[in-house]
Design a protein around this ligand. Structure first.
Ligand code: FES
Ligand code: FES
Length: 155
């Protein structure tokens, strides 16, 4: 039997308290319990990056993080980061460069890209590729994604 724990997490700026199974992953908590389905569950074993969210400002894989590990922390998802306008320049560049096709990878890709823009504003094309190496895209071949990020970095 899976034990449950009460957790309180600040999700996109709103404090939420819920009981969760000890082994529930953060991505499932967000999607299934809270209806925040913008973050995707792809491989569910830490490879594809579709589940990327932020915990206390650091990008993590929602499928490798337990919901109980988010207790007392701040979690930001694609919904909150879109609403705040923080991702607007990247979203606009992705749109202009046609860097989102099926869109499955896009939420995780945008959050990973924003981490790069915020922390490595001088990143080269190679470093952009390296930073995104944990985010898989089956559609675009990455070229347009890297172009879009370069636009935002002003290259
Ligand atoms: S679903 Fe988490 S890395 Fe693929
Ligand atoms: S746009 Fe389809 S997986 Fe990236």
């Amino acid at each position: 039997m899976d034990r449950t724990h009460e957790i309180t997490v600040t999700i996109n700026g709103v404090k939420v308290t819920r009981r969760v199974p000890a082994r529930q992953h953060l991505i499932d908590f967000l999607r299934e319990d809270l209806g925040l389905t913008g973050s995707h569950a792809g491989c569910e074993h830490g490879v594809c990056g579709a589940c990327t969210v932020r915990v206390d400002g650091t990008i993590v894989r929602g499928c490798l993080t337990l919901a109980v590990q988010a207790d007392g922390r701040r979690v930001d998802t694609i919904e909150g980061l879109s609403d705040s306008g923080e991702l607007a320049p990247l979203q606009e560049a992705f749109h202009r460069r046609n860097a989102a096709q099926c869109g499955y990878c896009t939420p995780g890709m945008l959050i990973a890209a924003q981490d790069l823009v915020a922390n490595h504003p001088g990143a080269t094309r190679e470093q952009i590729r390296e930073h995104l190496s944990g985010n898989y895209c089956r559609c675009t071949g990455y070229q347009a994604i890297v172009d879009a990020i370069e636009d935002v970095l002003g290259k």
